[in-house]
Ligand binder design. Sequence first.
Ligand SMILES: *Cc1c(COP(=O)(O)O)cnc(C)c1O
Length: 373
Amino acid sequence: MVDLKGQYQKIKNEIDDSLREVFDTTAFIRGPKVKEFETALASYLGVKKVIACANGTDALQVALMALELKPGDEIITSDFTFIATVEVIALLGLKPVLIDVDINTFNIEAHAIENVITDRTKAIIPVHLFGQCSNMEKIMSIAQKYNLYVIEDNAQALGTEYIFSTGNNRVKSGTIGDIGCTSFFPSKNLGCYGDGGALFTNNDELAERISSLVNHGMTMQYYHDFVGINSRLDSVQAAILLIKLKYLDNYCKERQKAAAYYNRKFSGHPKLIIPAGSSFSSHVFHQYTLRFIDVDRQKLMEYLKSKGIPTAIYYPVPLHLQNAYKYLNYTEGDFPVTEALCKTIISLPMHTELDEEQLEYITTNILNFADNY
Ligand SMILES: *Cc1c(COP(=O)(O)O)cnc(C)c1O
């Protein structure tokens, strides 16, 4: 699904040099590379503060911890996302309140948010799934009206731009809500060579609390003002990310190029629905996800596998039907769009190293199956 080796080969010298610096200085934890990376990412995103942490899941958890919520407080998020989004809500003793998604963009159905707001609702976590922003203007206006926090799960959309409806104004995704969270898992848009994550915010007070929370709630050495966790980005990962950040926009362009090729080949086919864009977001195609009509998905995946083409289902089970979250008392039929998507989607190989020959091979085989089986 990704070609991390090919990507590394192209920047091997730069990466190796940056790593050698870390090894030579042996500043492995909270070293200068981490600070340097936080500053570079803040400048790329156009935000005041970036706080690096150990992974994207921790970023989401710390974001919620920074809001000083009470057990039982309700957090609204999407039913169609990676488990981490809802997991951290549950772990902190908060209550996940799920919402169905838009059939075209796969993102949270913003217009449905108001229906589930109660006096316990404290925050909304829109997930910018597959590389495209949720409807942030709508979400921010609801948040303002009901005095709610907004935490953006930007793990799949780093590098994406949100386009405001007025004034030709664009900002990087994840920078509109109170806190943005991202992941540097190797296959993400900006991936390190292990685990990594970050939080970003324009709120100085939140930034300070977040910095403390990721380091045991420490404000001064061995003085702890909050119950925190140990969640640090190590210098080795920061050294890699510092190099790769320079290429992030190029990486996004490569993904967009591959997606454009897929779209050209698939659009208009009666059995295939290509991923839809929206007027308020660019799309960096963290995933390229097709919907199939009247095609046996299992057989298609097996057929492609026999041709050496990997595919994946992100995600096969809606959150509300996962065993771990049965206690929320949702049932089949509660979120029909997510349920339908989970049964009909397939994600194709999508990364920065796809060449025309590979794309042609993949698309030819998919069209062959769709037309003949
Ligand atoms: C990857 C991902 C996360 C978690 O990031 P990790 O670094 O793997 O912990 C959270 N939310 C979404 C939407 C993701 O895709």
